[in-house]
Design a protein around this ligand. Structure first.
Ligand SMILES: [Zn+2]
Length: 74
């Protein structure tokens, strides 16, 4: 059993990092911010006067996350 970890297909050169233009990153950054704010809203504020969804389903779902992150809950 003589299996080598080094691959013979590589030329041995150092791979250069791929340059990603800022314009290509902006939509993903905006998407991430919107998704994060939505998650932060549901974990931190989706209750009582600011509640968008009636019932306790959202509260029960994010309840442990609320306590973990220190948001006021009950
Ligand atoms: Zn609680």
């Amino acid at each position: 059993m003589s299996q080598s970890l080094s691959s013979s297909s590589h030329s041995g050169g150092i791979a250069a990092p791929v340059a990603i233009p800022i314009r290509a990153l902006v939509p993903w950054a905006v998407f991430t911010v919107v998704l994060s704010l939505l998650l932060l809203y549901f974990v931190g504020a989706e209750q009582g006067a600011t509640s968008l969804i009636s019932g306790h389903a959202v509260h029960e779902y994010v309840h442990d996350g609320r306590h973990l992150l220190g948001f006021p809950c009950h």
